[in-house]
Design a protein around this ligand. Structure first.
Ligand code: ZN
Length: 322
């Protein structure tokens, strides 16, 4: 077989013809390409498809940091499939956008029947995430928020980093954790109860908080020290773990630090949403009416602006309720 070994993190300097799918039996994967590399991959894929006027590969490639050539090919194939289903000869921006939403957020489950109460709960939950994204410092750009069930989720709030980022700061992480609790906080404020819908958020937030303490030295109490599996790799670490009293004390300290980070984030989420309760109602109601909002629309609602009337012909309702 013919094998391509692209031993570079600059696929953007490779000849596009080299990366043509099917040319090699095996390709050795290299670190994900940067934005120039990603754009180049797409130029290669899109030679197979006719593009409508106004399709901007540069814009389409933003918000895909960390995507590999294969991810992007999957995305571009999905866009071509979507256009073919509608008997279109050329691919429009909207086909790429819809394909990206499907790949990122999972397939729409339009046939799922929900009670109005469940929908309302989801609307406030997602509105909580979205509003915190706009209020907290150093967050990724709010892409879209929807209460149309996708994949295994009842609703989705999507954030997209605008540029390639290889590291995260403490502030960014604290914002991410508070944002993750936005859904649960909103449910508590409005309905005075929580649902199982927040379980994935809690898992994500806990993992991030634990990594901050144990991996990234972001707890002043623990200090810049790897705690857990990593420390066992070094001799001193093993010796330290063998000292049981010491490690149990440390484990308690770690748990207390993780809890402190989580409690602080939950408090931040709760107080910001209470402060902006009018925005929370406006965004949740707009979601119930429109089912999907762009980041820009959420921003306008938060400024107190009203959105233009919804044209149901171009935006048909997709949800079924009992
Ligand atoms: Zn959530």
């Amino acid at each position: 077989g013919v094998i391509l070994i692209a031993a570079t993190n600059r696929p953007d300097v490779l000849d596009p013809a080299l990366l043509r799918p099917g040319r090699f039996d095996r390709q050795v994967v290299v670190p994900p390409p940067d934005i120039r590399g990603r754009k180049m991959f797409r130029e290669v894929h899109c030679k197979r498809n006719a593009l409508a006027k106004g399709v901007d590969l540069e814009i389409l490639t933003q918000g895909t940091p960390g995507w590999t050539g294969a991810d992007l090919e999957n995305l571009d194939n999905e866009a071509a499939l979507m256009a073919a289903k509608e008997n279109k000869d050329v691919l429009a921006m909207s086909d790429f956008e819809n394909a990206k939403d499907k790949v990122l957020m999972g397939k729409e489950r339009r046939n799922m029947v929900q009670s109005p109460e469940d929908l309302k709960n989801t609307a406030y939950h997602e509105a909580g995430h979205a509003i915190l994204n706009l209020l907290l410092p150093e967050t990724d750009t709010l892409h879209k928020v929807t209460i149309i069930p996708r994949g295994r989720a009842l609703g989705v709030t999507m954030y997209l980093p605008e540029e390639d980022k290889n590291t995260l700061t403490r502030v960014e992480l604290e914002s991410k954790i508070a944002m993750a609790f936005g859904g649960r906080a909103a449910e508590l404020i409005i309905f005075n109860q929580v649902t199982t819908g927040a379980s994935n958020d809690i898992k994500q937030a806990t993992n991030m908080a634990r990594s901050m303490v144990c991996k990234w030295g972001m707890s002043d109490l623990i200090g810049p020290m790897a705690v857990g599996e990593q420390s066992q790799e070094v001799f001193i670490g093993r010796e330290w773990v063998a000292n049981k009293d010491h490690s149990e004390e440390k484990a308690r300290l770690v748990d207390a630090e993780v809890k402190r980070i989580i409690d602080t984030a939950m408090e931040t989420a709760d107080s910001l949403l209470r402060e902006h309760i009018e925005s929370l109602h406006r965004v949740a109601n707009a979601l119930l009416e429109r089912e999907t909002l762009t980041g820009d629309e959420v921003q306008r609602l938060m400024k107190g602006e009203t959105l233009p009337l919804l044209d149901l012909k171009t935006n048909p309702k997709k949800l079924k309720t009992t």
